[in-house]
Design a binder for this molecule. Structure first.
Ligand code: CA
Length: 246
């Protein structure tokens, strides 16, 4: 199955990263393609290993999501060959497989896959891994600026502006805003925000999140302008997806 390429570039992105999905389960390939495109990536699908090799030899994408069990050439073999070629030695590869045994995981990583997910996996989890891997390998290909309404966050200069006003945020508030702004409308629990912003190892009380959200709100709206952050009782926080649209 060859899906037509579709461009959907985030505002501010220099150019959207291209992702090749090599997966013979068409439902899963479509689901992944849909989710990746909605995040602004340019997606191409191929269903066979030998087809994937041809595609990869023509024009390397920015990242490959590679199923292990494929008709033609196996994902494992493709990964091994990618690593043997100079042009694709560092191309980010996420292996996907139905096999969950530790030995298989080790085998996948030993042929040079950067990451590994086992079916069935959660799509948001895979999206997060794609983002993390791209940010590590090609930081310039990830949107440097995030916008909503009159709010503008520049990841490169670490500046946040609201209209013409510069907003000065501490590093924690900056990361918090960046994270919420990446997924407008999505509600994150305090535990999710702690993991994402403070890191999984952090042993911090969930109320700390409330304190920093409070500081962020104060800096963003100074009590007069519209507050872009929504508190969802019993659930957590979200960046208001209607902000700047009403
Ligand atoms: Ca398969």
């Amino acid at each position: 199955m060859n899906q037509a390429r579709k461009e959907s570039v985030r505002p501010g992105a220099a150019s959207a990263p291209r992702i090749l999905i090599v997966e013979d389960e068409s439902d899963l390939a479509l689901l992944l393609g849909y989710n990746l495109e909605s995040e602004g990536y340019v997606v191409e699908n191929v269903a066979r290993g030998d087809e994937a090799e041809l595609r990869l030899a023509e024009n390397a994408p920015d990242l490959v999501i590679l199923d292990w069990m494929l008709p033609g050439v196996s994902g494992l073999e493709i990964c091994r060959r990618l690593r043997a070629r100079e042009a694709t030695r560092t191309l980010p590869v996420i292996m996907v497989t139905a096999r969950g045994e530790e030995a298989e995981r080790v085998r996948g990583l030993s042929v040079g896959a950067d990451d590994y997910v086992v079916k069935p996996f959660s799509v948001p989890e895979l999206m997060a891994r794609v983002r993390a891997l791209l940010r590590r390998s090609r930081p310039e290909r990830i949107a440097e600026r995030l916008y909503a309404g009159d709010l503008d966050l520049d990841r490169e200069t670490r500046r946040v502006r609201r209209g013409v006003r510069d907003i000065h945020l501490g590093p924690t508030e900056f990361r918090l805003l960046e994270y919420l702004l990446e997924k407008p409308g999505r509600v994150f629990s305090r535990a999710q925000l702690l993991d994402a912003v403070w890191g999984q190892a952090a042993e911090i009380d969930e109320r700390t999140v409330d304190v920093h959200v409070g500081r962020l709100r104060k800096a963003l709206s100074r009590g007069r302008e519209r507050d872009p952050i929504r508190t969802v009782r019993g659930a957590g926080y979200a960046f208001d997806e209607t902000f700047g649209k009403v």
